[in-house]
Design a protein around this ligand. Sequence first.
Ligand code: PEP
Ligand code: MG
Length: 582
Amino acid sequence: MHVKNGIAVSPGIAIGPAFVLGVEDFRVPQNYVSVAAADSEITRLRCALDNVAAEISANEALAAQHLGKEYAAIFGAHLQFVRDPKLVAEMEQRIRTLHHSPEFAATQVLRRFARELQHLGNQYLAERATDIFDLERSLLRHLLGEQREELSHLTTSVIVLAHNLTPSETANLNRKFVRGFVTEVGGSTSHTAILAGALEIPAIVGVGSFLTDIAGGDLIIVDGDQGKIIINPDDQTIALYQAAQARSRTNTASLQARTDVPAETRDGTRIAVYGNIEFPDEAEHCRTRGADGIGLYRTEFLYLGATRERSEEDHFEAYSKVIRNFPNQPVVIRTLDLGADKVPGALQEVFRDITNPELGLRSIRVSLEYLGLFRTQLRAILRAATEGDVRIMFPLISSLAELRQAKMVLADVLEDLEEQGIPFRRDVPVGMMVEVPSVALLAEEFAREVDFFSVGTNDLIQYVLAADRSDPSVAKYYNAADPAILLLLRRIFAAGAKVGIPVSVCGQMASDPKFVPLLIGMGLRQLSVTPQSIPTIKEMIRNMTLAEAEDIANRASSMELARDVEFFLRGELRRFLPDGQA
Ligand code: PEP
Ligand code: MG
């Protein structure tokens, strides 16, 4: 058994066999063969090795002919590995004495060898590990033939382990069979992480290099609460985690019984707790967990994973589905926030040459550049708005000119609908995300031109602290508890109060229990959080007084280091958490 640590991004515990992505989606079951079958299985392995060798020789000849001898030499190295008597003997021995299937034996031996190469401290040899993975892929293709199982065709429950998953890949994970996932890269507020929360599967990102330690079929525990991945756990650990799973089910059930009780502090201040969603289906999850409405609908996910252009009707249907769950409560529909790590297949070309995607053509900038896309969406929102309390929100606004331009397009679309005699709602409130430092600094000026603010701390933090939200190598620089962030938040909340517009926080910071007393203490009265965290956050609010929250905010604001703020908030958290979670 061994344990790896990463960044916990979606809570819960999952236990199941590993499905290692990156080997062409092969899943290698930890199969065993009978003693009697050992000879025939060894013959099958040798046959597959011969076929792989023949394939490599053919490629070698082809490379020599077209590219020259030096390039052909690459294949020579591959051939050497396939013919390495030590490696082959070890695979055969595993089949004979440990009764491993040839697939399992091959994966175990080749991955161990790759790991040894990576740890020799020599760059050249470490890179040869890639050759071993290539070889593993070819060998598995020959051994498994048509039986290879793809992520899109899963038939049993698995834990997906990958170097990286794009937001589109994550959005398409089959919830029925993918029990959890772990990636080597990724940051706490990357969109892949946010999607894991939306899919409600335990997930860990940013573990660093670990895939070479794992073979498909190894038993894995994903501890999405602590950010721990346990590989081949012993019986005692499995029992501990099974008990924790049962406890968590009981806690969820007891919180669920109080979902209808409003989030009001012990001294009577009402806090609105809205849900963040990426897919229309999630609206129902928010409703059943007691949300006061939808505070952030990330509509761009309508495009991710889609193979065709989205029509006005596609938008309209998705929005109507969400509104039907909250006919009398606010539903904030954010216009497309495409770009950066959210690039749909159909628009790859548009974003291909952007050198710095987080600072490039992204979000409202895309909408203002591709007006057809923007207008289609605005029409659908205005039409759907007749069915409920819909609000429009523009993402990533960075200047007043840009905000005014977006509002002008909206006014133009309103006129079109009017002229065409199509039913729509005219008085839809218009708000904006506060997630670019320029807006936080001039918050009062912006507040005078919109109906509400929603603070996107995920982006605000990365732009203020110059630390990519998706990059685990700078995770230590990306910190919501940084005094600069607290100062800006106070400034934004104060601007909203002075001008008289509501302010909410919809970034992940609001879903993190330790920041909830701080935010409320700094003056926040509306939070928009991940659906899973709604019951816990409402219960915490019911457990606190405003005076306690204000005291926490004042003490945190007097600290100089993010580390101290974080430590302090963690310590204060216990007294507000629901029973069973403290
Ligand atoms: C944010 O930036 O905090 C936010 C809520 O938007 P997104 O995570 O979609 O960028
Ligand atoms: Mg954002």
